[in-house]
Every structure is written in structure tokens, then in C-alpha cells.
Design a protein around this ligand. Sequence first.
Ligand code: ATP
Ligand code: MG
Length: 557
Amino acid sequence: MTTPETAPISDFIRDIITDDLKTGKHTRIVTRFPPEPNGYLHIGHGKAVCLDFGSALEFNGECHLRMDDTNPSKESMEYVESIKTDIRWLGFDWGEHFYYSADYFERMYEAARTLIRNGKAYVCELSQEQWKEYRGIPTQPGKGSPFRSRPAEESLDFFARMRAGEFGDGTLCVRAKIDMASPNLHLRDPVIYRIMRVPHYRTGDAWCIYPTYDFAHPLEDAFEGITHSLCTLEFEVHRPLYDWFIAELGFEKKPRQIEFARLNVTYTVLSKRKLLELVQGGLVKGWDDPRMPTLCGLRRRGFTPESIRNFCHRIGITKFDGYTDIALLEFCLRDELNKTAPRAMAVLDPVKVVIENYPAGQVEWMEAVNNPEDPAAGTRKVPFSREVFVEREDFMEDAPKKFFRLAPGREVRLRYGYLVTCTGCVKDASGKVTEIRCTYDPATQGGNTPDGRKVKGTIHWVAASHAGRVELRLYDRLFKVEHPEAVPEGVDYKTNLNPESLKTIEAVVEPSVLQAAAGTRFQFERKGYVIADAIDSAPGKPVFNQIVPLRDSWTKT
Ligand code: ATP
Ligand code: MG
């Protein structure tokens, strides 16, 4: 069987690329991933990264990483660095092809001058309000700006003075002269340069005019020789504009923009603006909070790059917008960790079991299998003593017939330990069980039954004599509802935040767990996958994040 990651990928974009190579339109594929450094990357960007870098890799081409930094007000080097880290972590490499849009400002300025000189752009003095009126609505042609026919020389002069800082922010702008009657409003003389006195994290105060995204993007693609410029569907209506700039500026090698559906995931939001709001509002503990859908959040939570690539592979590339169930991402992770994560025993809600006929003070080191899915993972020794902890939910005083765990008179297997039979329990004044009493069968060491008798229940446990205590952070969905952004007018999507998305407990664990280095993953048997937190954990005093429960228990309400 081929795993998703090794199965050949096929989708409409890869079909186009295959065709372009076959017909000789291109001999080498060049794609780009163009994040704006105004936030940390999220899983939606992960999808784009897997497509941009993945397709380049498959076709022996190259993928450029370009900081799309033409809008300086919210950009910073912190974001640039985080973007590089996250893409590398996902397993992709841009080689020498790392670029900043800002490094093209001079060339873009020249390109705008070319358009003006060719009568294809002009400096406009209409205010934004006036412009709204001139531009009109899609069903009726707009009205040309009175500055539309101003001589090129005059526009060039104004443009130079805009650059020199003679005019106030938001006053003059440069517009492409396209078609005021087009039903596509993006073609009604769109702005290509505006005045904005905002220092740029890279160019400082060198510029007070900045190109718009619509103008900058096709130019960057053309400058870099991009062949396939892949972006999300909302840019489909901008494509005629993209093509217009490429044609009017006479680029010989024409990049082609192709749109695909963005990723939306249930129970979360995927918008940098909203994620920033959660961070700034202190509603999460930072961009890398393990509840965040950011790549750094998922990494800290314990997701692997493989599971994310696998997820992106499974969801595929289409033209249809829709929601992807977050359970699919978790499935991809479980699928992988089941094969790779060593097992350990931990009790999350401990209650003590006293084994009445087991000698006090005796400790036996039982052999436990590290990973039944991976024989190479070997075995380890787990201590067994007269008192052990088990999960409170694994005991019932008054149990129904089908309860195959601890109940008075019933026998269960303590995994890798012994078979024990429950003889009763001790309760406090409120009726809460404080201790479970059992006897064990010495002939069942290791949990084996030499006489072949069947025992239905096997439960996990931790020897009280050697129990370590660790902090375990249990995570639930960040939002309570499947589509947190679907709120009525006037209602804030943040009201859908799940107040119980983080619960911190103390778990008791077998000794092998205590020495875990930060980043170590385990499957806590019968419970779920955990990772020693990258930041708060240290060997001897590990702090664990629950990555996912063992089964999809989310759907249980
Ligand atoms: P956001 O909406 O989160 O602010 P953005 O589109 O503004 O995202 P950019 O930094 O401009 O963020 O995105 C870089 C690239 O990632 C773009 O090509 C964009 O199309 C793609 N991208 C962003 N969000 C998603 C998503 N949810 N699914 C797929 N691709 C995405
Ligand atoms: Mg964007």
C-alpha cells in the first residue's frame, strides 16, 4: 500500500504543470510562496506551502520564498523569522531563493513610470469618497476621473513629487488607466501607488509611497521568472488585472496565476487578523499556544510535520470552498504516532488499589513492550508494588454486566503486571471511593494466564511506590462551535471561544516518563498522545501537552 505521502499527487494544478512541460511552454517550473510578514503562519498557509513547494519539488523545479511586504504598517522581522522557521520545520527548502518585495521598490517605481509614459496610468487627485462615486457599481459604467487625461509629463512630475514627500498621506495616488465600464470593478482604474508615511521594517524611511498588492504581485512574479503563481480563490477576480500589468509592461516570460480553494477548518479561525486579536487580547498564551491553528502552535502541541503534510495531501487541491473537519488532521497524527510513539503508563485521575496478599515492601520489575507496532522499539522495566494507582473510571462499585473493569468480585488484568480480583472498596464520609481492595494471583506474573482463563478487561496502572507526578495540559477545541465565524450581525466571533479549552491536571506516571527531554512524545496507554512541552518541560520535571486523545472522543457530547 502506498501511504498518502508517497502516493503520486494529482490535481488540476499539477495537470496544468504537466501539460506546460509536455508542450514545451516551460522547461522548468518556478513557483513561489508569498506570505505577508504580518503574523505567524497557520495551517491554511501550510496547505499553500505544501502546494507551492511540493509541486516544485515533484517537477524538479524551484520554489521561491518571498516576503510580500508592500504594506509596512503591520510587518516585522519577528514574523519574517518565524515564517522561515515554520517552512523549514514543515520540511521545505527555498535554497538561495529568498526575496523581499521591498527589494523591488525601485523597479516597481520604474514600472509605474513606464505605464504613465505609455498613457496607461496617471496621477489622480480625487479623494477616496469622490472616487467611490466615480467608480460606480458593477451594473453601470463608472465615470472617468477628471485627471484621467492629464498629460504623461504632468503625471510623471507629480509622481516624482509624491515620492519626494510633497503631498500628504492618502491625497494623490497613481491609477492604472484601464476600463471604467468594466463589470469587474478591479479594472476600473485601480490604484497602483499610494502615499503612506509608515516606516518600513526593511527600507526604513526611504519611501513614503508604496505599491498596492495588485500592482506589486504580478511584477514580483515576473521579475523572478515565476511560471505558476498559485493563490487562493479570492484572487480570481483580480486575475484580469494581473494579466493586464504583465501584458502592458511587456514581460516576455508571462507568469500564470492559478487559484485554488483556501483551507477552512472546523472549530477554529484561520485569519492572521483574528489570530493576532486572540494573542493581543490575552485569550491565548501567544502565537505558539498549543490551542492555536498556527504552525508553531501545532508544533508545540506535538503535531509532526509529516502529519501536516499528510493532511494537506489528503484534502487535496480543488476549486471548491468548504470546511475540513479538524478530526482529519488529528486522524493523520494518530495514524503516525501509533507507529512511532513509545507507550507508557500514566493515570490521569488516580485512585489507589491495595493488593492485600502482595508482600509489603516488595517491588518487581515487569517487562513492558515499548511499542507493539514497532518491535525495534524494544521493552522497558516497569515497577510493580503492593499499592498501585488506577483510573477512577476503571472502578465501579455497582457495575453493569458489561463493565469489564474493576468491580467487586471481578477479575481484571493489570497490564504487564498481574491479574487481580476486586474484593471491595473504602469510601470517605461523602461516599467517594478512596481506596480499592484487591487480591492478586501470583501465577499470572506479567499479566499472563498459564491456565488459559479468559479475562476481558486490561487496565493500565502505576506503582504507588515509584509514581512520578507530572503536570499534564489537556486541550479541547479552541472554539465551542464548528463554524466560529458564522455569527449573526453584531455578535463577536470571540463569544464562541471555548472557556474550557485548557485544563491542567496532575497525572501519576511510571518512572520512565520522568526523564523525558522536551519534545519527547509518548502514547499514554488507553489515554492519548502527549509531548513534553518544548518550553516549560525539563528532564526530571516534565510538563506534558496532550496532543490528541487516543480515540476521537471529541464527538462524544
Ligand atoms: P490571512 O487571511 O490568514 O491573513 P493571507 O492570505 O492574508 O492570510 P498571506 O500571508 O498573504 O496571508 O498568505 C500567503 C499565501 O498563503 C497566499 O498565497 C495565500 O493565498 C495563502 N493562504 C493564506 N491563507 C490560506 C488558507 N486558509 N488556505 C490556503 N492558502 C492560504
Ligand atoms: Mg494576503
